[in-house]
Every structure is written in C-alpha cells, then in structure tokens.
Write a protein that binds this ligand. Structure first.
Ligand SMILES: [Ca+2]
Ligand SMILES: [Ca+2]
Length: 295
C-alpha cells in the first residue's frame, strides 16, 4: 500500500513498512505522469530531489527546483489530483532488511490521494535593465515559473530611489505599456519598454546608475502557473534595486530640424531625450549645400 501526496513541490510517499531513508535514490527512479495510462507526453523522470526524512514508513521528497519548474510549465501534469500519478523503479528505496521496494511500472502509475495546490505567491527575486537599446528592456526574475500572459504592465512602477515617499528629489513612473518578448512561461520574463515610457524614464534620471534604478510592483502584477498572484514590492519597504544595469552609451542623434526664418529659430529633434543644459550653440554651423567643400 502506497500513498502519494504532492504538496508545494513535495512528494509524500507512504509505505506499508519502514524503509531505509539513507538508501533513497530519487534521480532516475521516480517518473511523474499526467494520466493513468502513463504513456502520454506529459511525463517527467525526476533528475534529482532531496529528503530530510528519517527511516520509517513515510518519506518526504522535495523536488529539485529545476524539476519543479518543468512540472509547472505543463498544463496537465501535477496541476490537480486528476493529473498526478507516479511510477518508480525498485532502485527507489530499500526496506530495513535491504529488500528493494516493489516497482510501479510506467504503464500502471499510481494516483495521488491528496493534492494541495501551489498557494505560494511568486515574488521577484531580481531584475535587470538595459538602457542602451532604444527603447530599452527590462527583465524580471522569479524563483518559480510564472504565466507570461498574466503580466500587468501598469502594476509596475520604476523609481529613482528606494523610498519615493520620503521628501527628496526622487522620481517615479508607472508603466503605461510594454512588449513582452518572452514567449514561453518561464522563471524570467523580458519586456521592451514603450518608447514614450522609456524617454520619460530618462528625463526622470532613471537608469543612470544602480542606485537610481528601483522597482516596485502592486500585488498581482503577475501570477504563477497555479494562478496565485505575486507578492507586492512596496515603496520604502521592499522596493528592489536593479541587479544588472546596462548604461545608455549610445550617442543621441539629430533626426531632423526645423528652421523658421521669420522668428530666426531652429528646432532640433533628437532620437532620445537630451540634457538641455549641455547644448553648445557654438558647435553648430550652417551651410548652403550638402558638402561645405564640394561644388
Ligand atoms: Ca507559487
Ligand atoms: Ca543614448
């Protein structure tokens, strides 16, 4: 008699007699199956896992982070008790007299009797910003697989200090949009800024240094594969500083200019925001043909 229980990435195996915990061999022994036939594509042979259980009739096995994130990418593998089956070889574990466990063949896997869903909120563990591209990009990293399509851009606020609310000169911008470039549900998600947001961030001095690049997020900015909403990153509490920042080292370019002979004004239009204080008019020259030296 054997009972499987899957709980937040932990398999609980109940045996009909005590087993020797030191003989446990998870990698290559256990296969997870998404259906009773055990032959469908929604299967995963575990590549690892660990247990701190003592010898006895029950073993708790923590799936490896890699295996768990693969499981979460499936829609139909260990998402409920209906698609939670396992098989294992007799290399899995020995009893107290060194007899191997009776194997359960892949064609007749056993079903979990109790399934507990993933109720742990995903949380951003780190984030990166690239200010060199135009528009730039940012990447959010999570400890678990998240559902890419659930990202709500307007729940994300970038700010130039840990604590925006404290009196000072910090600035912030809540994103109005952005283009997710990550196609498959994963533990990281990359987004290209909207050009308008990106230019506004530059004007606010965001992304000039690590200490001027912070992230805050409202609750439920994204959801994990079980639909559990993400935890917030709160201004002045757990706002997150950028990990890897690529600075803007690309020169601004003049895209076009207007000349008004009545007012005597020239308007210059650049590819990105420029610092008005840095303009040096004496470096401008005007000429009446394409080449000043040509015919
Ligand atoms: Ca979760
Ligand atoms: Ca630039």
């Amino acid at each position: 008699m054997l009972v499987v229980r899957y709980f937040l990435g932990t398999l609980r195996l109940n045996f009909d007699e005590p087993v020797n915990a030191t003989s446990l061999q998870v990698a290559g022994s256990i296969t997870l199956h998404g259906d009773r036939s055990g032959i469908a594509s929604n299967t995963l042979q575990l590549s690892g896992g660990s247990s701190s259980s003592a010898s006895g009739p029950q073993l708790l096995i923590d799936l490896s982070v890699d295996d768990l994130n693969i499981v979460k990418r499936f829609e139909d593998l260990f998402s409920s008790s209906n698609d939670s089956f396992i098989s294992f070889t007799n290399a899995l574990v020995l009893d107290m007299n060194a007899n191997p466990v009776e194997e359960v063949l892949p064609g007749t896997p056993i079903q979990t009797v109790l399934y507990t869903t993933d109720t742990t909120s995903p949380i951003v563990s780190s984030f990166d910003v690239d200010m060199a591209a135009d528009p730039g990009t940012f990447t959010l990293h999570f400890a678990e697989t998240v559902r890419v399509a659930s990202l709500k851009m307007e729940y994300i606020t970038l700010q130039t200090a840990f604590n925006f609310s404290r009196p000072g000169s910090s600035e912030r911008l809540s994103l109005t949009g952005g283009n997710v470039t990550t196609m498959v549900d994963n533990t990281s998600i990359s987004v290209t800024f909207l050009k308008a947001d990106f230019d506004a961030l530059k004007l606010k001095g965001y992304g000039v240094s690590n200490s001027s690049s912070w992230l805050t997020m409202d609750t439920a900015a994204i959801r994990d594969m079980a639909g559990t909403p993400s935890s917030p990153l709160v201004d002045g509490v757990n706002a997150l500083r950028v990990s890897t920042l690529v600075l803007d080292t690309t020169p601004p370019q003049v895209e076009f200019f207007d000349l008004n002979m009545n007012s005597g004004k020239i308007d210059l239009f650049f590819s990105e925001p420029v610092d008005a204080d840095s303009v040096r008019v004496e470096h401008f020259s005007m000429q009446n043909k394409l080449s000043s030296t040509g015919p």
